[in-house]
Design a protein around this ligand. Structure first.
Ligand code: FMN
Length: 344
């Protein structure tokens, strides 16, 4: 399986591995962390309300914040009204973003109640109309991220993908679950393959349950998809893109990151949060993410204990410094003693 450089409309990407939008997690600081680990071809903003963006709500504006190192970046929009989506897409284009993605997968009530996200899977005609309006509104490529259908009895992905291609959508990403499944059950690779078979030439990007480079290679081999999007696995292992790229290229794997490198990564993540969202939110945000980092950083209990308590940048730095040495055995007169979690 050879890696390919993905072309999405007029956007030529290096490689074919995409970071999935994970609302509340894949913010600017995290995207910079993951990009720094290598192998990411394209990343996305969290889903942004088209209406909110047009109104300029602080939340929406923050979601579209980016910087030159955070490139290429797609803006993911949701909404139920074609005209509103189109105007929001133009705004994205004016801000210099190279791609707009339409969300047809979010099952959360806040998003579906006004006809956005996965609600559009129940009305494929409206979904195509929305995509068509987006394509007509901008010169940058428009992509769609969708689920298979609303539920198991209404799988629409293959037919919908054909219609989306017809109106000019440049690529589709398929999260191989239905909306009612949310994140339950398993992603269905056979359904991704059906979408690949259905479209004429646009790239299909597979998504769902890729937890390792081998999973990504398997997804490509079984479905014929042109690219792979990875979400949750990247939260705990931001090196997964680098490692997957190496596997697809037939290159030897890089050495696994050391404990020191993993700690450096948490520290870098915190400092980027500090820079981009300020001290209070940086502290809060890193606390929410400890469980992901703790999956690979030992002793995990100490990491959680240390970071859960911190409430300022200085406390974070002290906690992380203490954690660095917390796996070392300290002996006094030949007797092992515990290392304090928090340096004083
Ligand atoms: C907490 C959370 C938030 C998510 N937010 C978004 C989102 O904003 N937009 C979107 O298209 N998908 C969103 N997703 C779905 C992911 O992009 C992805 O499709 C899903 O997690 C399956 O991929 P994975 O198994 O690689 O994580 C979210 C998933 C989770 C768990």
């Amino acid at each position: 399986m050879l890696p390919m450089d993905l072309r999405i409309g007029n956007l030529k990407l290096e490689g074919n591995l995409l970071l999935a939008p994970i609302a509340g997690y894949t913010d600017l600081a995290f995207r910079l962390v993951v990009r720094g680990c290598g192998g990411v071809s394209l990343a996305f903003t969290d889903l942004v309300s088209a209406q909110g963006l047009l109104r300029g709500t602080p939340g929406s504006l923050e979601l579209v914040r980016t910087c030159p190192a955070d490139s290429p970046l797609g803006l993911q929009l949701y909404g139920g009204e074609a005209e509103v989506l189109a105007r929001a897409a133009r705004l994205a284009q004016d801000r210099g973003l190279p791609l707009v993605d339409l969300n047809l997968g979010c099952p959360v009530y806040k998003v579906t109640r006004h006809g956005g996200g996965a609600a559009l899977l129940r009305d494929p005609t409206a979904a195509v109309r929305a995509a068509d309006a987006l394509v007509r509104a901008v010169d940058i490529p428009v992509t769609v991220k969708m689920r298979l259908g609303w539920d198991g009895d209404t799988i629409v992905a293959p037919r919908l993908a054909v219609e989306l291609e017809r109106v000019g959508v440049a690529a589709v990403t398929v999260h191989a679950r239905t909306a009612v499944q949310k994140l339950g059950g398993k992603a269905r690779l056979d359904e991704i393959a059906r979408v690949v078979d259905a479209v004429r030439e646009i790239p299909v990007i597979g998504n769902g349950d890729v937890r390792s480079p081998a999973d990504a290679a398997r997804m490509m081999a079984r479905t014929g998809c042109a690219g792979v999007m990875i979400g949750r696995a990247a939260l705990g292992d931001p090196w997964i893109f680098r490692d997957t790229r190496a596997l697809l290229a037939g290159n030897p794997p890089s050495p696994a990151p050391t404990r020191e490198q993993r700690i450096d990564l948490v520290a870098r993540h915190f400092r980027l949060l500090l820079e981009h969202v300020g001290e209070a939110r940086a502290c809060q945000s890193i606390r929410r993410r400890i469980r992901w980092h703790a999956k690979t950083l030992h002793p995990a209990r100490r990491l959680r204990a240390a970071l859960q308590r911190q409430g300022s940048a200085a406390e974070f730095e002290r906690a992380i410094a203490a954690f660095r040495i917390s796996d070392r055995k300290v002996e006094i007169d030949g007797e092992p003693v515990g290392v304090p979690v928090q340096a004083t």
